[in-house]
Write a protein that binds this ligand. Structure first.
Ligand code: SF4
Length: 374
């Protein structure tokens, strides 16, 4: 049975990985959600894309990345590593992307009266017959399949430029790998027709999975609400008989508990923003919910050093000082000549290791990973 829903007119290519897995995500829930958009583009992602644009334009990486770090407030190490690989990739493969265009906005007609829109990071037409879209991904490779997004870009390009086939590439900057797919225009048309059919003839069932973490409709999604309800009930039951739960059941509950945590975080953000904007909110028993400032003093090392040196010897001062590795490596890299930054950082770490100044603390985090095969 098909569900009668509102007319969907436009779909963004960046949303295709979710829409292809869960056509229900394209439909209006008709409910108010706590937060409408989960903020898909991170600060590091924006900075990396800006630097990649420069790499394609100049065939080199900007010497100083600090303006990008400051502008986007991102981690300098991550940006450095990600864009180093972008430069390596571009140096090796730029011949495959003649006359590259960056940030190309495209729109195309889909079957069934729908429209597809997309912003291609890098685009080229090869030998007049082949579209070559490329997407830079600043983060680590995830289980969420981005093939659908690349199919979308290929469809957009083939329809717009009249090309016969497409070769689409995604570059995983953090993992320092890339992947390429090839499709003919006929294959892309068939895929688009099937996708539109699944969206327009949606059977009312939501498909829950890893992709939900990236779904902007997460808050307000009826399937997620159901999961939250049953998970909270399961957790309450667990509290009354903690020793009886099987390890397998605990592991099964974990993804659902992560969904509940995400919802709680969104609730806390919303509440904090509401109190910040409107002031304290009265609650029962003559109390109110308010933002209470707490002050933590910090000492500026550069200004305070001469004062501290009058009171403490180097040995006495050392236990009070914590050296931040990222800032330390950035400081030595900033002093190093161009092309030597990586080498200088590695040499310093080697020296510190040899001197016995480096210790490693192992932290274990809960993650769902593939089982090792025997
Ligand atoms: S959160 Fe998951 S199940 Fe819900 S609409 Fe999004 S993709 Fe579908």
């Amino acid at each position: 049975m098909n569900v009668q829903t509102q007319t969907i007119e436009t779909i963004r290519a960046s949303f295709l990985p979710i829409a292809a897995k869960c056509p229900g995500s394209m439909h209006d829930f008709g409910e108010v959600s706590i937060r409408q958009d989960a903020g898909v583009v991170t600060a590091g992602g924006s900075a990396a894309h800006e630097v990649c644009r420069e790499i394609v334009r100049t065939a080199d990486r900007p010497e100083d990345l600090s303006p990008y770090v400051e502008k986007h407030g991102c981690d300098p190490d991550h940006l450095g590593r990600a864009t180093w690989y972008a430069l390596e990739f571009w140096r090796e493969h730029r011949g495959a992307f003649p006359d590259p265009q960056t940030e190309l906005a495209l729109e195309a007609d889909l079957p069934g009266g729908m429209r597809l829109t997309g912003h291609v990071d890098l685009h080229s037409i090869y030998a007049d017959i082949e579209s070559r879209p490329l997407d830079w991904k600043a983060g680590y490779r995830t289980d969420v399949d981005c093939e659908a997004q690349l199919r979308g870009y290929s469809f957009l390009s083939c329809q717009h430029f009249g090309t016969e086939k497409a070769s689409a590439t995604v570059v995983w900057l953090a993992d320092q790998t890339y992947q390429t797919w090839e499709w003919t225009w006929d294959e892309l048309r068939e895929w688009a027709a099937d996708l539109v059919k699944r969206i327009q003839e949606w059977d009312g069932k939501y498909t829950v999975g890893d992709h939900c973490r990236y779904c902007p409709r997460f808050f307000g999604c009826p399937a997620q609400k159901m999961i939250v309800q049953t998970t909270v009930e399961d957790l309450a039951m667990m509290d009354s008989r903690p020793g009886e739960i099987q390890p397998g059941r605990l592991a099964e509950l974990y993804p659902a508990v992560q969904s509940v945590e995400r919802l709680c975080e969104a609730f806390r953000d919303t509440l904090r923003a509401t109190v910040a904007a409107n002031g304290p909110i009265p609650v029962p028993d003559g109390k109110q919910l308010a933002l209470i400032p707490s002050n933590r003093e910090s000492i500026d090392a550069q200004i305070g050093w001469p004062v501290l040196a009058q009171h403490l010897s180097q040995n006495e001062l050392a236990p009070c000082v914590k050296i931040r590795k990222t800032e330390l490596l950035k400081a030595v890299a900033d002093k190093a000549p161009r092309g030597q930054k990586g080498k200088v950082k590695t040499a310093l770490m080697d020296e510190l290791h040899d001197a016995g100044a480096v210790s490693t603390k192992v932290t274990n985090s809960l993650r769902v990973v593939r089982r090792e095969t025997q």
